[in-house]
Ligand binder design. Structure first.
Ligand code: B3K
Ligand code: ZN
Length: 844
């Protein structure tokens, strides 16, 4: 397979003015007629005319009305063309019902839908399928199905046909088509300049009751983008469609967003608070792409972070504004550490802007998305809020309608702030997570912080140069008062000292406030200092972080030295959760221990070989100790924060539920199943029901509740995904493989549905001790299933191989089993390019 390099980029040889497509839909034989006006690109370096295309048969092709015979390969075609503008016409036949990869035009439960990003359009018709070719699309759909949708505005429809026109030039990856027996939950929005936009969420009839929340989230997103970024919507209609079979979460096709049904459908009875929050964020994310992604797109796929990093950053800002910034920052840091740090510290490590790939779908990663967002957050911290806003205004102004690069993005900041960003650019080029080591001293009223940065080498990058790192710091005095408020230090050298003068006593530093950079901080803190910061730090992130550090230190001693649960941690935690000044959602975060995965990562970082069974046992023992130590206060929190009245998914109600449900889990350990059983029996919403079920399962008292849940929800596929995933997640380490295996035999296990596959087979790696069983059974189970899935759906299979990315962390025995499993995948006959590339990188 061919590796594609950023350095080899060349402009397209031909540009497209307009595209007219006619679809005659039929499951096994859809006809696509195209009429495309091309013109030679004056900036081209070649005159070769090449169109991408695969998995289709060409029926005929014409240039300027004269039939031609192109030379066709498995990936595209080429032919002679005039050295002047010309019209290409062609008709192809494709088979949506045979498309199990869910890329291009495919079928899901009798409905036609598309997924074209990154390179799915080439399975629909022959086309220059690259994002720097932008064109105006007109689409005609012919089908007996009642609802026929495409991008842009509707321009006409009749019995068995509909036409759409999208006035905004776009790359082919933003093309979409939907045809099905659907109904709409409708709404409307008036933009800031007074234009009315029709809004629709299209679903199957059974799901019409699950659209209200998504519609509300859409309107909030539209308003927010106007108020915060000055960005207005630009078509007469905005359509969202829910699809059951979907590889990703959702897709930002122009004017026609297509959503995994799990990322849009929600009702209080069927969705948890985390579902509501996730749905709100994904709807916002896809909507925000209209400007950051669609109006300004990417020149090539190496620039993916240009749209994804920025759009994630924007959706994080939005969620912070909607639900509170403190908790949002903690959640984002937890996720970054759980998903991006392992990627950055293993063989899959790659820069935020990769420099080569085999299959671009393998680069829709936590590094490109979440670290890409962190890089923008750092840029904003360095230049300040006002300068960020002017830079963004300039970006929209300068690049609207273009396919841009990271160089363009940085130039906008350089031009609007006068700042040289050459060194900052390393965040886009160098992979790996920087470590910052802190030492300090205090002499004659001057406090000195000495910061040293180092980034371990990553595949293909052995030498790392210093980054520009914004390190937000505050200093606390003896009584917890803030003697120096938050200041952003700019660490630009390998080692650098920062002085704070005129202090009356030695302060306690609070470093990397708000998680101001995606780095690993190494500082020696005593338990007493951590407890002090947990109690007094004015920065909510670092107060939480101090609690986590204290917990992690205690857990490490339990894991490595058989220590007893740390009394100081238990006391500090009890004090913190009793503080009624702190908001309930925040206290729920305090009650969550560092995950088992996080502990494995921390142990490995400190030079130990983690033992997943010991981590599991210590984690459990500390949870029991918390339950016993804090029983009285937990029981009070559980009672006092119960809600009455109708369910509301808003942040304040969700925060109370998060707190009572965190308490419930502990109380089940100390007091047994009665509270959880009662909550399960009376719950009128999924958050309460699922939390109760999960608490019951965690003490092995959930058998009846599990059956009752299944009996009640067997018809609801999204709820059943939770039922499957929860069992795998809560299985004891020695049972997890058997539980997963048994669930794959369940009549409702449909491995061809990505959501269901992810909720069973994909749930196993999240049960750390269960997956990393010493005999390798977890690895073998995953490998067997991935081989099977790969033949069907390479994209989802390839993604799930990342379960092996922590290989180097484990002991020799486990590593050998992981290697065997990967080799077994590598040698499977007919392995896809997607999975082959992943396994190759994983094997290092
Ligand atoms: N841009 C899409 C992701 C497409 C995934 C292609 N493998 C969704 C998003 O990031 O908004
Ligand atoms: Zn996105």
């Amino acid at each position: 397979p061919q590796t594609i390099y950023l350095k080899d980029y060349t402009p397209p040889a031909y540009l497209v003015e307009t595209v007219e497509l006619t679809f005659r839909l039929a499951p096994a034989a859809t006809r696509v007629v195209s009429r495309i006006s091309f013109r030679p690109n004056p900036d081209a370096t070649t005159k070769d005319f090449v169109l991408h295309g695969s998995d289709m048969s060409l029926l005929w092709a014409k240039i300027d009305g004269a039939e031609i015979t192109p030379s066709i390969s498995a990936t595209g075609l080429t032919c002679e063309v005039p050295n002047a503008p010309f019209i290409w016409e062609a008709e192809v036949e494709i088979a949506p019902d045979a498309n199990t990869a869910l890329e291009g035009l495919y079928m899901s439960n009798g409905m036609y839908c598309t997924q074209c990003e990154a390179e799915g359009f080439r399975r629909i018709t022959y086309y220059p399928d690259r994002p720097d070719v932008m064109a105006v699309f007109t689409v005609r759909i012919e089908s007996d199905l009642p609802v026929l949708l495409s991008n842009g505005n509707p321009t006409g429809s009749g019995e068995g046909w509909a036409e759409w026109h999208d006035p905004w030039p776009k790359p082919a990856y933003l093309f979409a088509l939907v045809a099905g027996d659907l109904i709409a939950h409708t709404g409307s929005f008036t933009t800031q300049s007074g234009r009315d936009v029709a809004l629709n969420i299209w679903v199957r009839e059974d799901d019409i009751g699950k659209c209200a929340f998504g519609m509300d989230a859409l309107k909030k997103s539209m308003r927010w983008d106007e108020e915060v970024y000055g960005r207005e919507y630009d078509l007469d209609i905005f359509n969202i469609v829910a699809v059951d079979d979907f590889n990703a979460g959702a897709m930002e096709n122009k004017g026609l967003n297509i959503f995994n049904s799990s990322a849009v459908l929600a009702s209080p009875e069927t969705a948890t608070d985390s579902d509501f929050e996730r749905i709100e964020a994904i709807i916002a994310h896809e909507y925000f792409h209209n400007w950051t992604g669609n109006r300004i797109t990417c020149r090539d796929w190496f620039q993916l972070c240009l749209k994804e990093g920025l759009t994630v950053f924007r959706d994080q800002q939005f969620t912070g504004d909607m639900r509170g910034h403190a908790v949002k920052r903690i959640v984002d840091a937890i996720d970054l550490r759980a998903f991006q740090f392992p990627e950055d510290n293993g063989t899959l490590s790659h820069p935020v802007r990769p420099e080569s790939f085999v299959e671009i779908n393998n680069f829709y990663t936590a590094t490109v998305y979440e670290k890409g967002a962190e890089v923008i957050g750092m840029l904003k911290r360095l230049v300040g809020d006002a300068a960020y806003q002017s830079a963004l205004d300039l970006y929209f102004d300068r690049h609207d309608g273009e396919a841009a690069t990271i160089e363009d993005w940085l130039a906008v900041f350089e031009d609007s702030t006068g700042r040289d960003l050459a060194q900052f650019k390393r965040w886009y080029q160098q992979a790996g997570t920087p470590r910052i080591t802190v030492t300090d001293s205090f002499v004659d009223g001057t406090y000195t912080l000495h910061l040293a940065q180092e980034t371990p080498s990553t595949p293909g990058q052995s030498v790392k140069h210093p980054f520009v790192i914004p390190v937000a710091v505050g200093l606390l005095g003896q009584n917890g008062q803030e003697v120096v408020p938050t200041t952003v230090l700019e660490l630009t050298q390998a080692e650098q000292s920062f002085h704070f003068e005129g202090l009356s006593g030695r302060p306690l530093p609070s470093i990397l406030r708000g998680f101001s950079a995606p780095v690993i901080l190494k500082q020696s803190q005593t338990g007493a200092e951590q407890a002090f910061l947990l109690a007094h730090d004015t920065d909510p992130f670092n107060a939480w972080e101090a609690g986590q550090n204290l917990a992690r230190a205690g857990l490490t001693a339990m894991i490595l030295d058989d220590a007893k649960p740390d009394r100081a941690f238990l006391d500090a935690l009890r004090l913190a959760i009793a503080d009624e000044e702190k908001d309930p959602a925040y206290r729920a975060m305090l009650l969550a221990l560092p995950s088992q995965e996080n502990l494995a990562q921390a142990l490995f970082d400190a030079g130990h070989t983690p033992d997943p069974d010991r981590i599991y046992a210590s984690h459990k023992a500390l949870r029991e100790a918390i339950a016993n130590h804090c029983q009285a206060i937990l029981s009070r929190l559980y009672d006092e924060h119960q809600l009455t009245g109708p369910f509301s998914p808003d942040a304040s109600a969700a925060g109370k539920r998060a707190l009572t449900n965190a308490a419930l889990r502990y109380l089940s350990l100390s007091d047994g199943p009665s509270r959880a059983q009662a909550q399960f029996d009376t719950a009128d919403n999924m958050t309460q029901q699922l939390a109760a079920l999960s608490a019951l399962l965690s003490i092995d008292a959930g058998r009846d509740a599990l059956s009752a849940f299944e009996a009640h929800w067997s018809k609801d596929r999204l709820v059943m995904n939770k039922w499957f995933a929860l069992q795998v997640a809560s299985a004891e380490p020695e049972n997890a493989v058997a539980v997963t295996e048994a669930l794959t035999q369940h009549p409702a296990f449909n491995w061809k549905n990505p959501n269901r596959f992810r909720s069973v087979v994909g749930a196993l790696p999240r049960n750390q001790a269960g997956f990393h069983r010493a005999d390798g059974a977890g690895y073998r189970l995953l490998a067997d299933w991935l081989i099977r899935l790969d033949a069907m759906n390479p994209m989802v299979a390839a993604r799930m191989t990342t379960a092996f990315q922590t290989m180097s962390r484990w002991d020799a025995g486990r590593q050998a089993h992981m290697r065997d499993a990967l080799r077994q995948i590598a040698t499977a006959p007919g392995l896809s390019r997607d999975t082959a590339e992943m396994v190759d990188r994983l094997l290092g």
